[in-house]
Design a protein around this ligand. Structure first.
Ligand code: NAP
Ligand code: G3H
Length: 481
């Protein structure tokens, strides 16, 4: 059952507040007329107060024992799971994710938070002997510890409003940082609910503060602020590039867009390839950074692959997220317009329409385009929608060349029965990760997750995120001085 949402407050120094400006941002429903709720549009002064609260709380939070920080995370995970139905309902209404997927996002986040605590509890520092290093002395012992960076700015995207927020907050908190959390505006209602769970778990005042409002209005102020020590960002490449410039010398981790290819060799198990490509390309209407966003298939099996893809596209459940459909309306009309423009451009330039090209409001029916060529925008642009271009190639080398021509380098899939060829192609691809005979995807969440080129910098994944939010600190004991 859909709940009725009201105005949400922001959270600073352990208190829920309304902006003194009286300004709010309305969150439009992706799939029905009207708004689903409002969030506070903070002024710069209010954002400043949040940063100062986080800065002040950080010194004492860093002194809390690791066991106690881990206990807070375990309690947070429990509270979150207890709110699973409520949060999933809000997520569905706010970002149009099917109820089933929204529920599994909450479960995934529960697992993520707990694993983060366990990972940190098993981390040790190291010590080094000076030995007879030239210019050194055997009487020196170096003790290498990892210490928090300070105040982490966590900026998340709309498409996983709970999981991609918690995957920044949990590693920041366990390692003794405090947090300024800037959720995507469309996603903020879900982020605030996640925050309620953390508040209930007993979060000390100031340790996490939510700053809501349009990123285009307050984003640069937050990123360039001298008391922000590190920025963990997930979102679009354009936003990320701007952020990297504004951040100056602050450490940043950027997880950005992608154009992941599914490469199908002529020796592939086509049924397996089709199953993975369909779920990779169309789940949540392709609104995943790791969605398969183009197929590069060998000429000799292209007809058969496209025929099988067509059959499976026809089977996809399309419609409202309330009925747990796979292909649901896109986040907003601007996004749907962009996807439609890519389809129109490809068809005007001679692509073959195999399925789809039907639109109802923000709902774009799953669209499959064959004979896509390099002069078409859909060959290169990240759609963030349910449109899949098929590009036919004559060799592995051609597939590698087209794959690497992209400005993006997040992940790639290779479908083949030849493991040597799979490794040859994997080695040639300029991406953060290669999936052999599987769809491109982020999980399991303790694996390293990264993009190269326009897809990001730095690495996430549970252990890597903890590393990125801490730095080494060396203390040298000089024996016998
Ligand atoms: P987006 O428009 O770039 O927004 C991401 C976040 O940045 C939002 O919180 C946004 O706030 C904020 N923002 C906007 N302007 C800012 C500024 N000047 N300074 C700081 N922050 C600012 O991305 P999106 O539409 O939410 O998400 C879709 C994109 O994210 C796709 O390209 C997708 O591939 C990518 N993505 C990548 C990954 C990955 O792990 N590689 C994962 C998920 C999504 P507002 O919402 O208030 O504008
Ligand atoms: O949208 C980007 C997410 O990081 C993708 O996660 O591969 O589990 O859908 P996923």
């Amino acid at each position: 059952m859909e709940s009725t949402l009201t105005a949400q407050r922001y959270y600073v120094n352990g208190e829920w507040k309304e902006s003194s400006t009286g300004n709010v941002v309305e969150i439009q429903s992706p799939y029905k007329d009207g708004i689903v709720g409002t969030v506070q549009a903070l002024s710069q002064e209010e954002a400043e107060a949040a940063i100062q609260s986080a800065k002040q709380a950080q010194k004492s939070w860093a002194k809390v024992s690791l066991q106690e920080r881990a206990n807070l995370l375990y309690k947070w995970a429990d509270e979150l799971l207890a709110m699973q139905d409520e949060i999933a309902d809000i997520m569905m209404q706010e970002v149009g994710k099917s109820l089933k997927d929204a529920k599994s996002e909450v479960q995934r986040t529960y697992d993520y938070i707990r694993y983060t605590a366990q990972e940190a509890l098993h981390t040790n520092g190291e010590s080094m002997k000076g030995d007879r290093f030239p210019g050194g002395s055997s009487s020196k012992v170096g003790i290498v510890d990892r210490v928090p960076l300070g105040v982490v700015l966590a900026i998340s995207p709309f498409n996983y409003p709970v999981n991609l927020s918690a995957s920044k907050l949990a590693p920041a908190l366990i390692s003794g940082n405090t947090v300024i959390f800037k959720p995507a505006t469309q996603g903020a209602l879900s982020g605030i609910k996640m925050m309620e769970a953390l508040d209930r778990a007993g979060l000390p005042a100031g340790v996490v503060n939510i700053v809501t409002g349009r990123g285009s209005v307050i984003g640069d102020f937050l990123v360039e602020h001298k008391d922000i020590s590190m920025v963990s960002f997930t979102g679009g490449t354009k936003t990320g590039e701007n952020l990297a410039k504004v951040a100056g010398m602050k450490p940043v981790v950027l997880e950005l867009g992608g154009k992941d290819p599914g490469i199908v060799r002529e020796d592939a198990d086509l049924d397996k390839a089709v199953k993975n490509i369909i779920s990779g390309a169309y789940s949540y209407s392709g609104q995943r950074c790791t969605a398969i966003k183009r197929v590069l298939v060998h000429d000799n099996v292209a007809d058969e692959l496209v025929a099988k893809l067509k059959e499976q596209v026809a089977e996809l459940a399309v419609g409202s997220p309330v009925e747990s459909n796979t292909v649901v309306p896109l986040i907003d009309s601007k996004s749907a317009d962009g996807v439609q423009a890519l389809i129109d451009d490809a068809l005007a330039k001679g692509a073959t329409l195999v399925a789809g090209n039907k639109r109802e409001g923000n709902l774009i029916h799953p669209t499959l385009l064959d004979h896509v060529t390099e002069d078409m925008d859909v060959a290169w642009v990240e759609p963030f929608g349910p449109v899949l271009p098929v590009i036919r190639v004559g060799s592995d080398e051609e597939a590698i060349e087209i794959a690497n021509k992209s400005q993006y380098g997040l992940q790639a899939s290779i479908f083949t029965r030849d493991v040597d060829k799979a490794f040859y192609i994997a080695n040639e691809l300029e991406v953060g990760a290669v999936q052999i005979n599987g769809r491109t995807e982020r999980g399991p969440d303790h694996f390293p997750f990264l993009g190269v080129k326009g897809s990001g910098m730095g690495t996430q994944g549970i252990a890597n995120s903890i590393l990125s939010m801490t730095r080494e600190k060396l203390t040298v004991l000089n024996l016998g001085n």
